[in-house]
Every structure is written in structure tokens, then in C-alpha cells.
Design a protein around this ligand. Sequence first.
Ligand code: PMP
Length: 390
Amino acid sequence: MTPIYLDYAATTPVAPEVAEAMAQCLTLDGNFANPASRSHRYGWQAEEAVETARGQIAELIGADAREIVWTSGATESNNLALKGVFESAGKDVGHLAVSAIEHKSVLDPAQWLAEQGHELSLIAPDSSGRITAQAVASVLRSNTRLVSVMLVNNELGTINPIAEIAQLCREHGCLLHVDAAQALGKMPVNVTELGADLLSLSAHKFYGPKGVGALYVRRSPALKLAAQIHGGGHERGMRSGTLATHQCVGFGVAADLARAELERGSEQKNSPEQVAQLRDRLWAGIAGLPGVRVNGHPSARACGHLSVTFGELDGELLLLSLRELALSTGSACTSASMAPSYVLKAIGLSDAEALATLRISLGRYTTEHEVERTIAHINTVVGKLTAKVS
Ligand code: PMP
């Protein structure tokens, strides 16, 4: 039997509308040219398509199109934001504060900057995975240059109080970077309301293609970033490289679809509200199992996320036994061993609990039937494994 896909937080399938638009930007009879070719109409058409897509993304997040810098994904956006801010200030040592449960694509560049001599603080989450403004305030220093806090945590789904954190950063005179890779399409994301100076986006988390993302870079007052990829001076010198028209166009259509879905609201099939209802139904169907509990914030949580700890069952065995489901553990999987997730440990789970945790993530194409099948399967498998343990 084909496993039920419940790993939407890892990636999403491309929406059919997106695939169709992308396919029109590849072959000779399509919009295939280099958007930077200025000497012929093929190039102008490609440029127009890329600029339309830039506008679609800007509209989704309430930005100006000139504030969108194309990248290859949120990993690159995060690298550009952190390294770009620090390198633009020359050799001056500065302080950087990042939440301890950021994605590795924030934590690793932060660590790299610390190795270059900058000062780094990790901001601790509370037990629901929230980074509070008070926790941020407690690490700020006179030389703090940048704070980086994600909007939605990728393992827990917990939503952070970014507007409050932004207010604090403004008062303190430092910049705020927000990794919004897990938020797009699941909730309204507006850069003005959030107060972010920099915001990372990724297309493949919300029904766009893999391999394309963007960094919102505030224009007023203008923000200077040192390029991390040097070349032809594309993207106002911040990120060189020929733009992949089909990827940009796909990202733009995904943004339009997400905006329409959010605007139409809860009535619409597979709206974020409906995904949340399916997620809550799933939880209700497994909550009676012995020792199970949900991780993350009870209400400030993105619609598709469900991080569940199954007592102290062996997570790897559990994952292998749940053959009808395609999902992931809450753990970072290294080649040799399963290491307990640093996110789960940071919110107070023991190694054993972290290893007994699964991240179930639902999305636009999850059906009620799939949820009922998932409930039945988890109950059967966990029942058997628990009987073996006791
Ligand atoms: N940040 C977060 C919060 C993520 O969940 C991910 C994807 N796992 C990334 C960054 C990296 O995004 P990309 O795959 O587009 O590089």
C-alpha cells in the first residue's frame, strides 16, 4: 500500500498550477531565455515573468517588489542575512543573538561568525518552544547588531511573538532577521506587521518547487548586505547568478495560490483552518494511547504541525513499524546513529523522550480518509509495541 504522506513540513508536492506555469518556461516554444539578456525580446519576456513573480511574492508578505532578493532556498537566504549583515560592517566585532532552536541553516552561519571573532548568544525557548521578548531582552548587549528568531519552528510548529521581539530590537537599535520558511501559506505573513528587517522564504514548503527561495531585505531605511555569491552583480549586487525563470515563476504562482487560500478563509476546502481541524482530529484519535503527549504551544501553533512523544517507545522502531505512514522523527538523523533532536532537548525532553517523538505534518492534500487511516494504524502499531514493552 502507498504510504500516506505526512511529512509536509519537510517538503510539499508542487501544486498542479505551479507545475504547469513552470513547464511553460523551459522549452524553445516557451519563456526559456535568460532574464538578464537585454538585447532581445526573449530576454525581455523572461525578465517580465521573473518580475511578475517577484511582485507576487512581495504581495504575499506585504513588501515592495524591490525588497525581494531571489536565492536558492531558505538555507541560502539565512546565510545571506546573517553573514551579509556582519560582513557589511567590515572587521568590527559585533554581537549576534539567535534562538537556540533555529534551523541549522541559521545556527551554522551563526557559529561560523563566532569563529570569525563575533560574539554569539543563544536565546533559550520556554517549554512550549516559544522565544519570548523577555528572553531576547535578557541577551541583548550594547553591541548587538542582529537578532534572528524564526516565525514558526520546523519541528514543533510553535509560532513566535515576532512583533514584540521586533519592537524590542527597534528600541535597542539592532536588526531583526526572521526565518519564515515554515510559516508561508500556513498563516498571514506581513513584514510590516511583523516588523522584520530581513525575512527568509522558501518555495518548496508551500507547494512551490525546491531550489528557489527569497530574502526580504527592508528598503526604508535601506539595509546593506555583503554578497555571499559574487558574479554578474544580479539582484542589486546582493546575489549573483542567472535567475532560473521557471523556478521564480513557480514560486510566484505558489505565492498567489497561498494568498487566495488565506483570503478565502475557513470555508474553503483545505484552507489552513481545515488543515488545523484535520490535525486536531488526528490528535484526538491517538491522545488516549498510554503516555502520549503533544509538544509545542497548544494554540500558537502552525496549522499542519503535530509533534507527538510516544511515552518512551523506541522512535526508530516506531517509525519502522508505522509502515503505512511517511513521516519523520523529531530527531536529527546522522549517518551513523539517531541523535536526539536539539529542539526537543531545549524544551526539556529527555534523550529517551526526544527519541520517542514523531513529527506528523499535514498539508493541503491531506484527506479525512487519510487521517482516519492514520489514527487506526497508529493505535494498532503503538498498542502492539506497548504490549511488548510491558
Ligand atoms: N528554515 C527552516 C525553518 C526550515 O524548515 C528549512 C527546511 N527544512 C530551511 C530553513 C531550509 O530551507 P531550504 O530547504 O529552502 O534551504
